[in-house]
Design a binder for this molecule. Structure first.
Ligand code: 4NP
Length: 156
């Protein structure tokens, strides 16, 4: 059974698609594409069906990463199907705890808990201020730390 990882933000167009793409990039580079499955979702339905924000796509492309996913809203089934659900900020975490069905199997954590040396424990929302490169640097640290953690925990 593959390990399943879901990144979550508010709109699923800026931060969580970036985290999904960067983490997938590291998973593929480690040759773990079959062992670890990656997805992202939003706690809102405001942008369902849309492609990622142009700021996210631009910064990803600048770092040599492609992304073609479309925004979707998190569903109760996700809490059964994913092993790790990672929140980008405290508000996402509070929403996830509220939406999480009783006895769910997923572990819900702050993404940057896996990057203890990062300058922030939240990935700030770039939707209004356009700080996509700053978000990328945090996402990169979180992705590396999370992959190390999963490899250690699952013996991969
Ligand atoms: P995200 O950013 O949660 O990182 O995808 C946002 C996207 C859209 C909005 C807010 C944040 N919005 O207000 O529509």
């Amino acid at each position: 059974m593959p390990v399943r990882v879901l990144f979550v933000c508010l709109g699923n167009i800026c931060r969580s698609p970036m985290a999904e793409a960067v983490f997938q990039h590291h998973v593929d580079a480690a040759g773990l594409g079959d062992a670890i499955q990656v997805d992202s979702a939003g706690t809102s339905d405001w942008h369902t069906g849309e492609s990622a924000h142009r700021g996210t796509l631009h910064v990803l492309r600048r770092h040599g990463i492609d992304y073609a996913g479309r925004a979707r809203t998190i569903s109760p089934r996700d809490f059964e199907q994913f092993d790790y659900i990672l929140a980008m900020d405290d508000s996402n975490l509070a929403n996830l705890r509220r939406l999480m069905p009783e006895g769910s199997r997923a572990k819900v954590h702050m993404f940057l808990d896996y990057a203890p040396d990062a300058s922030s424990r939240e990935v700030p929302d770039p939707y209004y201020d356009g700080r996509f490169e700053e978000v990328y640097q945090l996402v990169e640290q979180g992705a590396r730390g999370l992959l190390e953690h999963i490899r250690r925990e699952k013996g991969l």
